[in-house]
Design a protein around this ligand. Structure first.
Ligand code: MV4
Length: 502
């Protein structure tokens, strides 16, 4: 049985994982870079090890140093969180070889799903619908032309080693195809060391809907319904919700069964996510599988009442799933807003720095997963995610209103954040009506980014007020110089009739 877990991550997700460990009486071990000595995950853990300099390549991505910390601490398992090494097959393999439990899938599952062309072929073989396109790689321009004619333009060129929008190219006209194929190949070679590409028909007005799955080592695989993640900016999710306003019970059940089939096709174990692209007519297609716990997992936890990290740990312990498919229900509605240390008025430039003041939203139906505190300096080396605000309501309308209240109550000063931008999304008519696709942010950029006439933080107001107060008193003092010689401090005070010296 797992007694001690090393969390190979930082920030909010490291704290999130350790919270579940504590509830299970499992000791937690933090690893941290030199830039993260004062990070909350280091304070929260039962013990902590410095694993190197600030750049991730020398710390959170360094497998040798993480394994050394695991061995030194006597941890019997490693939780990778999301990002960093979470979808690295070599890391999962290394844990297996060193006899440390990797709280995640096997290296084989990670590799199969990590190679997008192999994943596509595997899905086709298991009867999971994929986007019309090739199941073999595109070798040259002639190949590309023939296939593009068969599919009909526009088409998407995708890198097999890519994913999450990396190395993608949209082609509208046949004349652009040759150049696009060449560019995509060289870009993929430079970025991933692998220039394998394939073609898919372009899906118009797509919705991004993903299914959460859990699979144990006894062959039990269940799904925990969907998350609607179409509100994105440059392939970075901004708002997620569940249930999806686009879905109906029939399509939900069908997609859930296909999600389970997708996981079974790679003998998946642990928590995972099947990403689908869905068009306006509810045709859905497998896009890729994320073989990790995702940033937006809390909305599923809230609506289905399952602690996904605890389930991951139980599965890693070799225990069977406690829940059966027919015991899982969606209850109410949950929304997550991602709060980033970015400046929406300056093209979402990262805004690292010291948190001067913070007031967190509280009350019924609110969960706040973060890691920053007053006086903490957000380093510039890592992802600028500060926290995730998750709300629950009995209905979608109540959840949106609750999120508005929470965002209005949420104050962070010292750095720029995306809070105001998120408030505007909650106020948007199309969002409120549940009528949106992955083009939402681009389509509503103007309204969402409208600059404030006055953007003062409360410290600025305090400084200005103090200055006005100072100037007012300065005037009074200089216009009415004391006429009576002070005989004592106390008499003088009374004579000045309330005008106090600064
Ligand atoms: C597509 C597509 C349209 N047609 N594939 C982007 C992330 C990666 N997982 C796949 N992506 C897309 N693939 C076909 N055949 C549109 C996107 C896409 C997208 C998908 C999900 C969420 C946001 C997106 C934003 C732009 C493009």
């Amino acid at each position: 049985m797992i007694k001690k877990v090393l969390v190979a991550n930082r920030g909010e997700i490291a704290v999130r994982v350790m919270r579940s460990c504590r509830e299970m009486d499992i000791r937690s071990v933090a690893v941290f870079s030199e830039a993260d000595r004062k990070s909350m995950h280091v304070r929260y853990a039962d013990e902590a090890y410095c694993i190197g300099p600030p750049p991730s390549s020398e710390s959170y991505l360094n497998i040798d140093r993480i394994m050394a910390a695991a061995n030194r601490s006597g941890a019997d398992a490693i939780h990778p969180g999301y990002g960093f090494l979470s979808e690295n097959a070599d890391f999962s393999d290394r844990c297996r070889k060193e006899g440390i439990i990797f709280i995640g899938p096997s290296p084989e599952s990670i590799s199969t799903m990590g190679d997008k062309l192999t994943a596509r072929k595997t899905m086709i073989a298991s009867g999971v619908p994929v986007v019309p396109g090739t199941s073999e790689e595109i070798r040259d321009a002639k190949d590309a032309k023939r296939i593009a004619r068969q599919l009909g333009l526009p088409v998407m060129i995708k890198a097999s080693a890519g994913g999450g929008g990396k190395g993608m190219r949209l082609v509208h006209y046949e004349n652009d195809l040759i150049a696009a194929v060449r560019a995509a190949k060289s870009e993929a070679r430079a970025a991933f060391g692998d220039d394998t590409i394939y073609l898919e028909k372009y899906i118009n007005n797509p919705h991004h809907i993903e299914f959460q799955i859990l699979a144990d080592s006894f062959g039990n695989t269940i799904h925990l319904f969907e998350r609607e993640c179409s509100i994105q900016r440059r392939h970075q999710k901004v708002v997620e919700e569940t249930p999806s306003p686009l879905m109906n019970p029939r399509i939900r059940e069908e997609m859930g069964l296909h999600a389970i089939a997708a996981a079974k096709a790679v003998n998946y174990q642990g928590a995972g996510t099947i990403e689908f692209i869905v068009d306006d007519d509810l045709h859905y297609f497998f896009l890729e599988m994320n073989t990790r716990l995702q940033v937006e997992h809390p909305i599923t936890e809230r609506v289905v009442s399952v602690d996904l990290v605890k389930e991951q740990i139980r599965i890693a312990n070799g225990e069977p799933l406690a829940l059966k498919q027919d015991e899982i229900r969606q209850n109410g509605h949950a929304i997550e807003c991602r709060i980033y240390a970015e400046d929406p008025d300056n093209n979402f430039m990262p805004s690292p720095g010291v948190i001067r003041h913070m007031t967190e939203p509280l009350g019924l139906g609110i969960r706040h997963d973060g890691y920053v505190y007053e006086g903490y300096e957000i380093p510039h080396y890592y992802d600028p995610l500060i926290s995730k605000l998750i709300v629950w309501g009995t209905t979608r309308d109540e959840a949106i209103r609750r999120m508005r209240r929470a965002l209005l109550a949420y104050k962070i000063t010292g750095i720029k954040t995306t809070i105001k931008f998120l408030e505007r999304i909650m106020d948007n008519t199309d969002f409120k009506n549940g009528k949106y696709t992955t083009h939402f942010i681009e389509d509503h950029k103007k309204e969402l980014l409208e600059t404030e006439r006055c953007d003062l933080q409360c410290e600025d107001v305090a400084i200005i007020t103090a200055f006005i107060d100072y100037m007012t008193k300065l005037k009074k003092v200089s216009l009415n110089p004391p006429t009576v010689k002070a005989s004592s401090k106390w008499k003088d005070f009374g004579r000045r009739k309330g005008i106090q010296r600064l």
